[in-house]
Design a protein around this ligand. Sequence first.
Ligand code: P6P
Length: 426
Amino acid sequence: MARLVALLAALALGGAEALAVGRTSRVVHGSRGAARMAVTRAPKAGSAVVNGRTVVLPKFSEECSYTGITLTRYMIEFARANPELAELESILASIQTACKTISTLVRRSSMTGLVGLQGGGGSVNVQGEEQKKLDVITNDVLKNALKFSGKMATLASEEEDAPVALDEDDNYDAYRPKDIVIEEGNKYIAVFDPLDGSSNVDAGIPTGTIFGIFDEGDQTCVVDEGLPLTAAEQECLASTLRPGNALIASGYCLYSSATHFVFTLGAGVQGFTLDESNGEFVLTHPDIMLPPRGKIYSLNEGNRWAWDNALRDYVTAIQKGEGESGVAYTSRYIGSMVGDVHRTLLYGGIFAYAGDKKNVNGKLRLLYEAAPMSFLVEQAGGKAVTGLHRIMDIVPSGVHQRVPVRTRRARARAPVSYTHLRAHET
Ligand code: P6P
């Protein structure tokens, strides 16, 4: 009987106000003479308190004018500044490697034949959604990267029916002297959507990977290794789901005109861009803060006549410029949450996925879509709310639970039925 620490929980730490630092950049001529934009001012040193724990921001006394501040270096410095979170360095290293791999798989899919449905069709995930070839492959890429990090206890994925409890790492056993029991290091849990928006991928529309990492907590489930999980074991795994204030890290990788890696460790949001000339993610968007006001609203208006009246009236008002800002909003909607949220983080405005008569609980999954993104939005100075509750306060009732969808606007109005991620009003 293998003793496995198996946990599931959701998301994010409380929304400590991120340290805001202006972004400056200059053209730096690298060794190859090619002009490259580099961030000349790294994130401001400091710290933030999230859920009672202090997270110290790394310091960068100098920067290489050829490579800028890479994600690898950022995490090295983060681990030095936060020794108790040092293992996040190897976890983020695994995730960035997986994201680079996925970026290449997505970019080359039309040439490599990795387009279309898994098995020509008929392969359906637990959500009842037809799986694309890339859904399955990217799930394996990310699952393996996290598993081989040696730091994971459990993985939960959109593409996995049930949580995957990782048994002892064979290599770890091979290295471990048999007569000494070595206390394992921290064990973490990952939740992820390996290719969010995959229905768009064959058309070259932006897609992304969403991830959330949280520490193991104290719940333990003992499961038989190598055997399918029993109902009781699944119940145990699911019973460890905790409200979205338990995350240590979350982020996404956007596969678009460029490959952007945006994440938070509980003290602000950092944005990196893949420099394809050397394969490094380079810090290009330090300390992302939502603009105080935006004039873009992003939600699927095809669902308009299934919305409740309050939401329809709200959208009509902002379309007419009759909202709080008095500015007529414009509509942008990609249908990939990663793309829509990334634009919202940079340009401001509103992203929402509404509950409606067809889907009372909307569509976004709490554990590995809405909550990791909510963590980022809050860390970027925004609000991620559902009707009566802050998204991150919701205790998931299951791995694939959809977000309970009710949102109360900033001012006391009748609750409107949608989940919306919005820059807070100034
Ligand atoms: P709809 C992708 O399938 C996804 O989960 C999110 O990435 C996206 O925001 C939403 O669904 C799009 O759903 O119903 O507008 O196509």
